[in-house]
Design a protein around this ligand. Structure first.
Ligand code: SF4
Length: 164
């Protein structure tokens, strides 16, 4: 039996049900919602946690100085966005796994909100320890960047990989 705890987001498109554990999305587009009840947050938020990255891809647009966002501020944003109807946060950069205590931040957001937590990475820092920490977070998916993912730690069947 399928068991889900759905988060609900309402917009001009209808009523959006989302389960971060299974990844199921259902849009009830026949439901009309008054504009005054629309969720105030964006459906999904992408955050560049840090500009730091040890690689130098020729097509990269990210500045290479190692600026990083304050973790308490990121957590506070996540809590506020969750209440306002955001369904998920995706971390990028730079290289998000270069962010200090990255797995802990993912875990805190997962526990403090009902949002999905995902990230995009070059994959080189995905040690078994980090993958194990992220499984416990729980982080839904990590996306690999074309050209840098070596497939040694996660099977490269597609450009997105579940950590569960
Ligand atoms: S891995 Fe990403 S952030 Fe790092 S240099 Fe390449 S494109 Fe830029």
């Amino acid at each position: 039996m399928l068991s889900m705890r759905c988060k609900i987001r309402v917009s001009a498109s209808g009523v959006h049900l989302f389960d971060r554990v299974s990844g199921v999305n259902v849009l009830l587009d026949e439901v009309r919602v008054p504009a005054g009840q629309f969720s105030r947050a964006p459906r999904y938020l992408s955050i560049a946690l840090t500009n730091a990255c040890e690689l130098r891809c020729f097509y990269c647009y990210a500045p290479k100085h190692a600026a990083a966002l304050d973790r308490d501020r990121v957590l506070a944003w996540a809590v506020e966005l969750d209440v306002a109807g955001c369904l998920g946060v995706g971390f990028g950069g730079g290289e998000p796994t270069a962010y200090r205590r990255f797995a802990q931040l993912c875990s805190e957001i997962a526990q403090s909100t009902s949002m999905a937590v995902t990230f995009t990475t070059h994959g080189h820092r995905l040690t078994p320890e980090l993958v194990s920490s992220l499984r416990g977070a729980p982080v839904g998916q990590c996306g690999s960047r074309v050209g840098h993912y070596d497939g040694a730690l996660l099977r490269p069947r597609s450009s997105r990989h579940s950590l569960r």
